[in-house]
Design a protein around this ligand. Structure first.
Ligand code: ZN
Length: 135
């Protein structure tokens, strides 16, 4: 694991969350996009040494919608920046770590992402995030 790339935060409504982060806390909005594979709208915010990834569900299906229903708003996951994600996933599997997906899938910002099952990491949902050359 190279570094923490971002912290994923589930929000119900971007229109409420963004003014808090941008105007109240004074952080900078980097980008907003929709990630079809995860059924979410994503806003990246610059928090200096790390980014915050606000996640608003699109529709009622998808992991963020379910998370909000069960746990409410708050921290959803912590993402490590990695290189060579397929190799990392294989190494983790060989160490007996349970993964949510064995093959990475497309995430925000053109990255390839995969998640470690919280059961395998003492209750924390970790994402591996590979941005290739753009690191
Ligand atoms: Zn993430």
């Amino acid at each position: 694991m190279k570094k923490v790339d971002h912290i994923g935060i589930a929000v119900k409504d971007m229109k409420v969350a963004l003014p808090y982060y941008i105007e109240t806390l004074g952080l900078k909005l980097l980008d907003i996009e929709e990630v079809e594979s995860q059924k979410v709208k994503v806003a990246f915010i610059d928090a200096g040494n790390c980014k915050l990834e606000l996640l608003e569900p699109i529709g009622e299906e998808g992991p963020i919608s379910k998370f909000l229903e069960k746990r409410g708003e708050g921290i959803h996951h912590i993402a490590f920046g990695v290189t060579d994600i397929r190799k990392r996933l294989k190494e983790l599997e060989e160490k007996g770590v349970q993964l949510l997906q064995k093959e990475p899938k497309p995430g925000a910002g053109g990255a390839e992402v995969a998640f470690i099952h919280p059961k395998s990491s003492l209750g924390v949902l970790y994402e591996l995030c590979d941005k290739g050359e753009r690191g």
